[in-house]
Design a protein around this ligand. Sequence first.
Ligand SMILES: Nc1ncnc2c1ncn2[C@@H]1O[C@H](COP(=O)(O)OP(=O)(O)OP(=O)(O)O)[C@@H](O)[C@H]1O
Ligand SMILES: [Mg+2]
Length: 474
Amino acid sequence: MQRSLSSRLIISHVAVTVMVLAVALGISNITFRNYLVGSQVKNLAMQGQTLSRVMQGYFSGTLYRPDAVYLIHMVQGTLNDRVYVLDNTGEILMETGNSQLPPAPWSRSVLSRVLINGQEFQGVLQGGNQRPEATAGIPVIVNGQVAGGIFLEAPLSTSNKIATSLTGLLLVGELVAIVMAGFVAYGFSKRLISPLVALRQNVSRMGVDEQEQMHTDLEGPQEVRDLAQEFNRMSDRIHVQMMQLRKEAEVRDTLLAHVAHDLRTPLTSIRGFLEAIRDHMVEGPSLERAVDVAWEETLRLKRLVDRLLAATRIQSGIGSKNPVHVSTWIETTLERVAPLAEESHHALIWRQRDDAVILAVEDYLVEALINVIDNAAKWGSPGTPIIIDSVVSEDRRSISISVKDQGPGIPPNMLDHVFERFVTGDKARRGSSGLGLSIVYEVMEQNHGHVEARNDPQGGAVIIMTLPVLDSAA
Ligand SMILES: Nc1ncnc2c1ncn2[C@@H]1O[C@H](COP(=O)(O)OP(=O)(O)OP(=O)(O)O)[C@@H](O)[C@H]1O
Ligand SMILES: [Mg+2]
């Protein structure tokens, strides 16, 4: 049977209380009984001593027997005792008390100890009816000689009765204590369990409402507080991850929608031209023109797919970082974009040429710089130069690569968004997909650098990429 934690706590509390009280009851019972029997024996001995002094007169002949018997009765009073007066030969001279009681088995050793050695005796002996009795033997000394002895015996029933009634009283007290312990344990366990119950409720609500962030109050014993704290931490982590997953899912959905749209436009136009050609709708120079447009649309399609692949590849972060010389990076890029610059009639001028070593994936760096120069070539006025500067910072801890063109600049309302995906000012311009600068941003982030976009006061846009230097070698 599965028991709840609170019932286990209550049961264990009550069990411990019962055990402790049972032991206490046993000990107190024994202690009381011993105390009562001890004091009964002592009383008997004191009575015997009084009688012994009285009987000195009788043995010395100054007290007559009827007076002695009377006095013994007086001293013995109403107690349920038996008193024997023996002479030093062991013969019973007088006998009093309740005659219905059987005589105590006074052993020889006790008799000789009192009557011959003149020593007192007191203790518990087995009575004639096999019940323990309180006994005392007191010698009567006359002129330094043992003349006889007083022997007293009394049943222990009185002591036992008192001890039993006391035990009964204690038992009632203990039962009350056990019930109280049960109540206390109930209250205690409730207080202990309540934070756990709250925690369980929170756990069961987790994930039901994704927006709600589950937090449990830190209360109760230390262990429970630690558990609640760990739970809160875990809940925070899960919340952050869930938010991230949702954001990623949203980004993916938007990406898919954009990609589908961007792919459909050139595909529709290619299909249209091909249909026209197949159906012989176009001929002569129009046919040539149709083939050219379809060809250009194909190139646009390829460019878009290439961009998407590059963006996905870079975002996946695959590729090993190595020390890269900034000069090598710029040279490689310039070689790659030379045909493009020529086509768009721009001179590429690498003006300030500071060098440094940075830690990065070189391919991604080249891809990023190509995108920036590609924009400059796209928007820069034909015939104007594109200026590239690489400048190491004063503290030599970073290097900035800037690309400046002489075009219309970035529209001010776009400045804060140009690094977001699919943000494009003029889609028609040479197949703009709005991915170029988002790739640049991603590459800079991966290499612990950053990128910013500005407009030069004298006209044109400036894109500045800054990266931490591994080793400056300017
Ligand atoms: N040098 C620049 N001068 C003027 N506007 C710019 C310049 N560079 C970027 N922009 C603006 O920022 C937008 C985003 O640039 P980004 O490179 O991300 O995309 P894109 O060039 O439009 O497309 P893609 O690079 O994917 O072919 C551009 O569409 C353009 O409006
Ligand atoms: Mg671009």
